[in-house]
Design a protein around this ligand. Structure first.
Ligand SMILES: NC(=O)c1ccc[n+]([C@@H]2O[C@H](COP(=O)([O-])OP(=O)(O)OC[C@H]3O[C@@H](n4cnc5c(N)ncnc54)[C@H](OP(=O)(O)O)[C@@H]3O)[C@@H](O)[C@H]2O)c1
Length: 257
């Protein structure tokens, strides 16, 4: 696949690197420094949008929301049957379709974990994307992380769970590490233990399946140590706090559109 990437910032660079072995990639960024960086990192670069269009059948739009109108104004008359993939937060399929006057568009919502090739990505196809192209797209972009095809109204809760989710996960790791410090560990050691414990728990749940609550009961033996900690989480309404956190974040995402 010939993929042109517009914008070589956090997301453009992360996706380019994850897809490097699987697609012919050409990068265009307004900044000459960024184009030189892309060149040094082994990518073809385009000096302007015209050259990028000549070398690409698929285009990945990876600029900030404020720069989208400018890019799409330049692109829309020359898109022909190219497919435009947008990862611009909050920009709906219908809005992208209206701006580029094409329904050959794909909307993605990645998260910051793209920086290490482990993004959790929501995806919605425009009407103009054929079945075969959907398959090709999924095969290629699964190299960037896990893909979840969703109805667009569910993008808000996805934004809360997966987009903002890493921030909540980092808060949890920090809190665990502070708990370790309180009991005598150094912060760095406690943080490292917390990260490894969470990684292992996630692998276990993914590999073995089942509901998290079943695994809670496997860890918490009757009258043991774990149930003492669980009692505190229950008393302080841990699940309620986290559910409220997801709802508030999702509501805010809805209001931004
Ligand atoms: N970062 C995240 O965690 C995240 C998560 C989900 C979705 N997103 C979405 O991903 C998109 C990119 O975010 P980002 O964090 O990667 O932004 P970024 O680091 O600012 O990268 C955007 C790049 O595009 C360049 N650019 C600006 N105008 C351009 C134009 N007209 N043509 C070509 N390149 C242009 C920018 O150059 P200058 O710096 O010189 O302006 C910059 O290098 C955003 O729309 C955001 O909503 C990001």
């Amino acid at each position: 696949m010939k993929l042109g990437i517009i914008g070589y910032g956090n997301m453009g660079e992360s996706f380019a690197k994850a897809l490097k072995k699987h697609a012919q990639i050409v990068i265009y960024d307004v900044s000459q420094n960024k184009r030189e960086k892309a060149l040094q990192e082994g990518f073809g670069t385009a000096k302007d949008m015209g050259f990028l269009l000549e070398s690409s059948q698929w285009l990945l739009l990876a600029v900030k929301p404020k720069d989208v109108a400018e890019v799409l104004t330049k692109l829309k008359d020359n898109l022909e049957d190219r497919i435009l993939i947008s990862l611009v937060a909050g920009l709906s399929l219908s809005k992208i379709e209206e701006m580029c006057e094409s329904s050959r568009v794909i909307r993605l919502m990645p998260n910051i974990n793209a920086l290490v090739g482990k993004a959790t990505i929501a995806l919605a196809f425009g009407k103009g994307i054929k079945e075969e192209e959907r398959k090709t797209f999924k095969e290629l972009f699964s190299n960037c992380g896990s893909l979840y095809e969703l109805e667009e109204p569910l993008f808000d809760v996805f934004t809360a769970l997966a987009g903002s989710g890493p921030a909540f996960a980092f808060k949890f790791i920090h809190a665990l590490a502070l708990g370790g410090v309180r009991e005598g560990l150094s912060y760095e050691l406690a943080k490292s233990i917390a990260i490894d414990m969470l990684l292992g728990s996630c692998y276990l749940l993914k590999e073995k399946g089942g509901n998290p609550e079943e695994w809670v009961l496997k860890v918490a033996s009757p009258g043991g140590t774990t149930i003492e900690g669980i009692k505190v989480l229950e008393e302080k309404s841990f699940s309620g706090i986290v559910m409220e956190c997801i709802s508030k974040t999702s509501e805010k995402s809805k209001k931004l559109l």
